[in-house]
Design a protein around this ligand. Structure first.
Ligand code: PLP
Length: 430
């Protein structure tokens, strides 16, 4: 860096190395994206100096007049973007958003029903290694072996059998859309609450490319840094269900509206002071996502995912469920005699970043896995289009089919670096 007031060269040299890595590589991790320059700038501002426990207009600290306006902007823009009538923009991450929502809606020991981690679900939906599986009693639904799809009748059977107090839908590695209306009918049938965690497809949902969870789910949580292309963080929203239908009580024994329970679930329930520098960046990202430019972007994300899935299928790769409705796909590498571990470790040598992933009914451990998960949000932010997806698949296939051939892999790496150097890291607000 050339900035004179920066003296910790050791750390800034490492940040520079990471920037080079991001610039020169092909980023295909489905949960990652590249924020705009203005989102990035907001995070490195004096807002990080400020304590602001509480909510805009109702803080436990003085001097919050400015951050109140910033947080209110973020709330208003989130509501407009998703057609929500209530939003809390304070969760530090997606896991924090879920922790806060669960704390608001459940008591320790309550039953929850989520999508199986090994079928594409998330740790926070009831995994035994996570708070959600330790504090609550989890059960799971999954996909069908033959189709790779969720069978809603089977979800209903499991829900009726298990009688959870909360049903969680949403996933980290499911490439198809969700039937929120059906899930709400199931929840109502057994007297459960329904929470959608749309962390992955949030950007596609915001722009109407997928079913609308807010119309049917009591509560919707999301991260802000995946397809939504904001800073790392979480968000909780509601549209219709303020009524607290099952009379959940506060620790002091009072019955409150759901919105109030959820606000308390974030603070003081699971967090202290909000990160106002990140909330400012969320406000900017939501503003960007409201624009027509983001509509074009997110449509391209999906077109690229479909083009990439087609290219993989043409090369004989086995995509779980046969294709994608969103920004990602899960590929079973067993038909290619490869593991997820080999794929991840070999592709990184060519500066192509993917992650190994369990596939449904996997016979390998989570450290090895039979699959790889691939997504298009980041490469689309770089400016790549459908034709480029076929080229990426060619490069991936060349590396995987030559995974013991170091000179071939080095050739691909050179091609990747030369190619990606032509695309900027920041595509917005420059
Ligand atoms: N929920 C889902 C569905 C996710 O995919 C993720 C992240 O991968 C999270 C929650 C957790 O988000 P974070 O990493 O911000 O805590």
């Amino acid at each position: 860096t050339t900035e004179t007031n920066i003296t910790d060269q050791q750390v800034f040299d490492l940040i520079g190395a990471e920037k080079k890595r991001q610039l020169e590589g092909i980023e295909l991790i489905a949960s990652e994206n590249l924020v705009s320059e203005q989102v990035m700038k907001a995070m490195g501002t004096v807002l990080t100096n400020k304590y602001a426990e509480g909510l805009p207009g109702k803080r436990y600290y003085g001097g919050c007049e400015v951050v109140d306006q910033i947080e209110q902007l973020a709330i208003d823009r989130a509501k407009e973007l998703f057609g929500a009538t209530w939003a809390n923009v304070q969760p530090h991450s997606g896991a924090q958003a879920n922790a806060a929502a669960f704390l608001a809606m459940l008591n320790p020991g309550d039953k929850i029903l989520g999508f199986d981690l090994s079928h594409g679900g998330h740790l926070t939906h009831g995994s035994t290694v996570n708070f959600s599986g330790k504090i609550y009693q989890p059960s799971f639904y999954g996909v069908e072996k033959e189709t790779g799809l969720i069978d809603w009748d089977k979800v209903e059977q499991t829900a009726v059998k298990e009688q959870p107090k909360l049903i969680i839908c949403g996933a980290s590695a499911y490439s198809r859309d969700w039937d929120y209306a059906r899930l709400r009918a199931i929840a109502d049938k057994i007297g459960a609450l329904l929470l959608a965690d749309v962390s992955h497809p949030a950007g596609l949902i915001a722009k109407g490319l997928l079913n609308d969870p807010l119309e049917h789910c009591h509560v919707v949580t999301t991260t802000t840094h995946k397809t939504l292309r904001g800073p790392r963080g979480g968000l909780i929203m509601m549209r219709n269900d303020f009524e607290n239908p099952y009379g959940i009580k506060t620790p002091k024994g009072k019955t409150r509206m759901m919105s109030s329970l959820l606000d308390s679930g974030v603070f003081p329930g699971t967090q202290g002071g909000p990160l106002e520098h990140v909330i400012a960046a969320k406000a900017i990202a939501f503003g960007e996502a409201l624009s027509d430019g983001f509509q074009t972007y997110i449509e391209q994300v999906r077109k690229n995912a479909v083009a990439m899935a087609d290219a993989f299928v043409k090369k004989g790769y086995n995509i779980i469920s046969g294709g994608t409705d969103n920004h990602l796909m899960l590929i079973d590498l067993r038909s290619k005699d490869l593991t997820g571990k080999i794929a991840e470790n070999t592709l990184i040598k060519a500066d192509i970043t993917i992650n190994k992933n369990m596939v449904p009914f996997d016979d390998k451990s989570p450290f090895v896995t039979s699959g790889m998960r691939i997504g298009t949000p980041a490469v689309t932010s770089r400016g790549l289009v459908e034709a480029d997806m076929a080229k990426i698949v060619d490069l991936i296939d060349t590396v995987l089919m030559n995974h013991e051939n170091e000179s071939k892999i080095a050739e691909v790496k050179q091609e990747v670096n030369n190619w990606m150097n032509q695309y900027p890291l920041f595509t917005w607000g420059e």
